[in-house]
Design a protein around this ligand. Sequence first.
Ligand SMILES: NC(=O)c1ccc[n+]([C@@H]2O[C@H](COP(=O)([O-])OP(=O)(O)OC[C@H]3O[C@@H](n4cnc5c(N)ncnc54)[C@H](O)[C@@H]3O)[C@@H](O)[C@H]2O)c1
Length: 437
Amino acid sequence: MPVVERSCATGRVSRREFLQHGAAAGAAVASLSAARGAHAAGQQRIRVGLIGCGGRGSGAALNAINAGPDVTLVGMADLFAERVQTSLKLLRKQKPEQIDVTDERCFAGFDGYEKLIASGVDVVLIAAASHFHPQMLKAAVDAGKHVFIEKPAAVNVPDLKIAMQACQAAAQKGLNIVAGLCWRYDYAVRETIKRVIDGQIGQIVAIQETYITSPYVLRQRQPGWTEMQYQCQNWYHFNWLAGDQTLQQLIHSLDKASWALGDKPPESCWGHGGRQVCTDPKYGDLFDHHAVVFQYADGVRVYGFCRAQPGCYNETSDVIFGTRGRCDVLRFRIDGEKPWRYEGQRPSMYDVEHQELFAAIRAGKAINDGHYLCLSTMLALMAQAACQTGQKLTWQQINASQYAPAPSRYDWDADPPVMPDSNGQYPTAMPGITKFF
Ligand SMILES: NC(=O)c1ccc[n+]([C@@H]2O[C@H](COP(=O)([O-])OP(=O)(O)OC[C@H]3O[C@@H](n4cnc5c(N)ncnc54)[C@H](O)[C@@H]3O)[C@@H](O)[C@H]2O)c1
């Protein structure tokens, strides 16, 4: 893997400390001081700012304003000014009465997120290129804001530790951290996993996680763009910005497996992957297929598969095998000794994320999803590193990883950490050759 020194400091939180703290703060909803009741419904509007005005960010802004008439979008930030305007136009068409975004509260560039956070918002929605999530999360929590943050929490381990620290700080400050691992907010999946945890399929033996689909959206290079502009536009195809399909898609699957297993870390992971079909430079430096095996202390194995190649069979599924039955999580069904189907309501999980976030804010309570957001991000990083290096990695090893590719400075004329060769090709990881560190 290419080596580039980070310019920002690396957070140093003991994982054990975070996991203990997270478990206590976690899940759950802690009662806070009466001061946080200031947003009790009807008393005051809740001002929301969006960072990252692309597909998911625009969706999250809509989910937020769907959470109640007291929620108003007041500011927006994106690397690119035109993205702010496109998203704003769309959102104004949906719910104009809940959009109060003035020109003064539209921000562009690498420091736009800092200006947005300082613009008088109560809640920050983070849905930018994933590389930037830890620094945005830290800045929002430092400024005392409630946060909705899309997955993953980070795309390398040193940055993940910054995110962990920010989640800890949020718990101490009584701030909400709701994470975009959206299946945790799906009523049907919640009920299904609850039954698995309660033992309806007996002891879990193995879990098969499948996320095989087509490549992510491609953004073509335009004349006049610097390499940094191009990579930030086509960010889904660069490891330093997106973290591969393991961090973008398989993370949802690994998160469901981890949830069913009680959100405990695995012992080790090995895997294989490569770049076989999507080899054009427009696909950056990503692998187009991965297969991983996680081993847990009690002998349980989690098998994870992802593929992003066009023209192939696609499937997204989570199948949990137990000693007394089998659970197909996304079909909300259990087969075996105690068969069961979910027949309840199924509102949009994306809306539910925000319904619960804003309900907590109004009630003066705090949800903190930091524990599982960071644990599942670490699982995805472990899968990525095991596939890229071809090595079997322990949980201790991945936690000690120092690999953190980033530019020496964030500016349009700066070189990104991965550059094309004379044929336009980007260097990619080679299992057995690429070193883990
Ligand atoms: N939970 C889910 O189901 C789900 C689905 C899709 C995407 N996501 C996550 O949401 C995030 C955004 O994904 P997307 O599909 O909306 O991508 P996108 O490319 O459509 O939008 C991302 C936007 O962020 C902007 N951006 C990038 N870096 C920025 C920075 N430093 N400051 C400000 N803006 C910046 C980009 O210019 C772009 O407009 C990613 O982390 C992704 O993993 C989650």
